[in-house]
Write a protein that binds this ligand. Structure first.
Ligand code: MN
Length: 254
């Protein structure tokens, strides 16, 4: 099995290393990851500057490893560089910080896996629910089990799995549960500050409102200590409200 490992936290992120070590025994492993932090880069791809792939040495028995100046989604595309066969499996992570609900829209980790799904490749993104003092071992172990099980199987078309693992030791971790994306409402804050030259600048901040926990959602699963596995499809069509929306546009062309 040819496995591509990527992330959005950057090539030297400890979560990537844990993932590389756990997946290395499963097949031929290639790592391509951004040279610097790209969290919340979304599904951007690079069209207006040259992309570089710089060989790096990781402390993991992988076959090849590269840092790139591209985005996480670029990494998935770059896996086919220089005539390499496309990977059988794309795994993005292990991200430091949960990717729950609408966060998949911003997440570079989820987008790298989504890019794999768009190319018809089996893909999953995996995150732990903490930014600091992350426990990557249990998540890495789960990633290896899931990857092994995906060998010789397919996922539904255009779909990747978004996995979120509570930041717990293996013995405290619950079971994997199939979930749907919840809604993680944020208290969006836009902080205005002043630089030493008196010019204003802005800093995004805000906290997720954890109270929004509906049964069956990814948010609910990880709050209960379980591993959330959400199948995510790129189809963003809204299928309700057709009559009202038809009425909204009726006559606008006259
Ligand atoms: Mn990240």
């Amino acid at each position: 099995m040819r496995i591509l490992i990527t992330n959005d936290d950057g090539i030297y992120a400890p979560g990537l290393l844990a993932l590389a070590r756990s997946l290395a025994p499963l097949g031929e492993v290639m790592v391509i990851a951004p040279e610097r932090q790209q969290s919340a880069a979304g599904h951007g791809i690079t069209l207006h500057k040259p992309l570089r792939m710089t060989p790096v040495t990781l402390d993991a028995p992988v076959d090849e490893a590269f840092a790139t100046n591209g985005t996480p989604a670029d990494c998935t595309i770059l896996a086919a560089a220089d005539g390499r066969p496309r990977p059988d499996l794309v795994v993005a992570g292990i991200n430091a910080g949960a990717n729950l609900g609408e966060e998949v829209l911003y997440s570079g980790t989820a987008s790298a896996a989504m890019e794999g799904a768009l190319q018809g490749l089996r893909s999953f993104a995996i995150s732990v629910t903490a930014y600091e003092n992350c426990i990557f071992e249990a998540a890495a172990e789960f990633a290896a089990k899931l990857a092994a099980r995906l060998h010789g199987r397919t996922l539904p078309r255009d779909t990747f799995l978004n996995v979120n693992v509570p930041n717990l030791c293996a013995e405290d971790l619950g079971l994997p549960v199939l979930t749907r994306l919840g809604r993680r409402n944020y208290s969006n804050e836009l902080e205005r500050r002043e630089d030493p030259r008196g010019r204003s600048y802005y800093w995004f901040s805000g906290q997720p409102l954890e109270s929004d926990c509906e049964e069956g959602t990814d948010i609910c699963a990880v709050e209960a200590g379980n591993i959330s596995v959400t199948p995510v499809h790129f189809d963003m069509n809204f299928r309700g409200g057709r009559e009202e929306l038809q009425e909204l546009i009726d006559g606008l062309g006259e």
